[in-house]
Design a protein around this ligand. Structure first.
Ligand code: SF4
Ligand code: SF4
Length: 194
C-alpha cells in the first residue's frame, strides 16, 4: 500500500513494502542520497540551520561539490548478519532524524517494487498519484538545484563559507524558488509549509 502525506514541496510518499524491504532491513538507507543545495535550502527553510551546522561539525554531513554528503557507517543489522555500510542517521527503528532534516529524495522516493506492490500496474489511484508526485518533485528539486548551483558558483567562486549567513541565504533563496514555481504545486498543496 502506498501512502501520501501532501505538503507541497515537502510531500512524503511511503510504502508498506519498506518495512519488509526486499533489499534488507536498511532498505534504501544503505545508500543515502546526496544532500543537494536545494535540500540544504529546504532544511534551513524549515528551521534546520543549526542542525546542519552541528552535523557538519560532527562529521555526519560532509561538504562536497554538490552541497553535502551523508556519511555512511558500518553496522551489523543482526548478530547473524555481516557488517554493512549504511546512512549514519539510520538506527534500529529506521531513520532517526525528522523528515524536515532529510534530503527531499528520502521523503518522496519509492522504488519500482514499491509502486508494483502499491498497485501501479492495476491503476490504483494512490499509486498513480504517488508516481505523478514523485516525478513532479524530482523535476523541481533538480531545477532548483541547478539554479542554486549557478548562483553559488557566481557568488562564491572559491567555495561556500558554510556559516550561518550562507545557510540563511540558501534557505531564503530556496523559499523564493519554490514560490516562483507557483501553480506547478497546486496538486500537492494543502496548508503547505513553504
Ligand atoms: S523504497 Fe523500495 S528499496 Fe527503498 S526501502 Fe522501500 S521497498 Fe526498499
Ligand atoms: S536520512 Fe534517514 S531516510 Fe535518508 S538515507 Fe539516512 S536514514 Fe535513510
Amino acid at each position: 500500500m502506498i501512502r501520501l502525506d501532501i505538503y507541497g514541496a515537502h510531500t512524503r510518499l511511503g510504502s508498506s513494502l519498506c518495512a519488509e524491504c526486499p533489499h534488507g532491513p536498511a532498505g534504501c538507507c544503505v545508500s543515502p542520497p546526496p544532500v543537494d543545495w536545494s535540500d540544504i535550502g529546504r532544511m534551513v527553510a524549515l528551521g534546520g540551520r543549526d542542525f546542519v551546522l552541528e552535523r557538519i561539525r560532527a562529521g555526519h554531513l560532509v561538504p562536497s561539490d554538490r552541497g553535502l554528503r551523508i556519511r555512511r557507517v558500518k553496522r551489523r543489522e543482526s548478530s547473524s548478519e555481516p557488517m554493512r555500510n549504511q546512512c549514519v542517521f539510520f538506527g534500529r527503528g529506521g531513520c532517526t532524524i525528522s523528515p524536515d532534516q532529510r534530503p527531499a529524495t528520502c521523503n518522496y522516493y519509492l522504488c519500482e517494487d514499491a509502486y508494483t506492490e502499491g498497485g501501479a500496474g492495476r491503476g490504483t489511484p494512490e499509486a498513480l498519484f504517488a508516481r505523478e508526485a514523485h516525478e513532479l518533485l524530482r523535476d523541481h528539486y533538480t531545477r532548483w538545484d541547478d539554479a542554486l548551483t549557478a548562483l553559488i558558483r557566481s557568488n562564491h567562486p572559491e567555495g561556500p563559507t558554510w556559516d550561518a549567513a550562507f545557510l540563511d541565504w540558501l534557505g531564503q533563496t530556496f523559499v523564493e524558488l519554490v514560490e516562483a514555481s507557483g501553480r506547478a504545486f497546486e496538486r500537492l498543496s494543502t496548508a503547505g509549509k513553504t
